[in-house]
Design a binder for this molecule. Sequence first.
Ligand code: ICS
Length: 516
Amino acid sequence: MDSRDKVLDKYSSKIYKNRKEHVIEIEAGEPQVIAADTRAIPGIMTNRGCCYAGCKGVVIGPLKDVVNIVHGPIGCAYYTWGTRRNKAKSDESTKDFTQYSFSTDMQETDIVFGGEKKLRQAIKEAVEIFNPECIMISSTCPVGLIGDDIHAVAAEAEKMYGIKVLAFSCEGYKGVSQSGGHHIANNGLMKYIIGTGDAEPQKYSINLLGEYNIGGDGWEVERILKRIGYNVVSVMTGDGSYADLKNAHTADLNLVQCHRSINYIAEMMKTKYGMDWIKVNFIGLESIKSSLMDIATYFGDPALLARTEEVIAEELDEIEEGMAYYKSKLDGKKAAVYVGGSRTHHYINLLKYLGVDVILAGYEFGHRDDYEGRDVIPSIKIDADSKNIESITVTKDEANYKTFHTPEKIEELKAAGVPIEKYDGLWNDIAEGAIITDDFNHFETEEFLKELKPDIFFSGIKDKFIVQKSGVPSRQLHSYDYSGPYAGFRGALNFAKDITMATYTPVWNMVQAPWK
Ligand code: ICS
């Protein structure tokens, strides 16, 4: 029996029937289908988060000049306070509220008698103390259950204080994972913020979508883009701001780092403003190089292409020696990579470059397109859970609609390999023989660990310590533990150094795995 069958064999027949569609071994030949974005099985310890985590924690939380009020019991606000390490700093024109945790701190009496009064009071206090230009309210589970009308409260506050106030009905139980929350957040930003600014368009302007500045990743990417000569209008949403987001429609091109969390905005901006989007990956040297070349090819200016090549050469020169050293230390090692809905894919090429094979991988909440590529989107079944998340339709904004290239030129660029509206998913880079588990859980983590014995395990806080107690080093690929950036050229060097240190620490030889 192979490892996949051995692990699945331990389930009862009912659970087996469900999980066998989510756990597959990569084989050569026909593209493989995986079940994804479906409900986790009750009673199984899934690694997933909730809808509120995806909306507040992931997408709107990083907007630094926004006061994000969590309407709910204090635990929800506390848990999304600082743990994701989405860094931000204020500059002369933009305030930074990300160090604060704002919550209505609902009590049992509020659940019984309603919490709208408390929410109004929280908004009043926030305006008086912090004077923000924008407030966003996020619902947690009990708010949806008791029916507080946060949208009415938001509309009333907007009038009363003359600032932007947005409400998000992102109750934790909505959808099947945090992915639903991404979608809800995307809808709100698109409907009420993007396109409301009046900045003048500038040359070679881009938005960076799906980059959340974890451990300073976004700063590193921005540094490189600015060196080449791009004007970064907005970053969605790491170290991003309401102020910048308003003018996102003035850019020429959207760069999509995390496809899962923000492809909705990229698509809607294409329809509404005519803006093309391309898939990029700023993790791993080969990926960065091809992404930078794709962007320059899109703009098509020979000077920009030459400058891109020059910057790539200089940046590589700076890290080459270090990378070669770490590669010599890591060559031949095996890794497991379990992250949310993007990073599992994003790190494969960087690991490959360092000689590390990914033998076990998965997403918590990726959809089939994040595994199999966007071509499968038309064949994805819409079920009751996905219908529960609103999908909005946008129309052409006649005043702000502009296209950078003619349709013929776009076809030409696509044929030349520029990934315009294209994402091939994890399948494009994962090696044959790797085991993939969608919506991975505690039981499978432990079982596959025993079966496949990777040298390093990339995951998150929920399983880090189980893994380490079994004698396998673990690095968090969500928060980067206390390190980073890992994006960009310099980030690659940080990553290589961290995993070399992790794997060579002598302590792993002294740990006795509980099952031994
Ligand atoms: Fe995208 Mo943790 Fe991103 Fe991805 Fe998303 Fe989350 Fe984090 Fe993870 C995220 S937005 S918080 S790249 S920054 S919800 S690491 S899908 S699970 S892999």
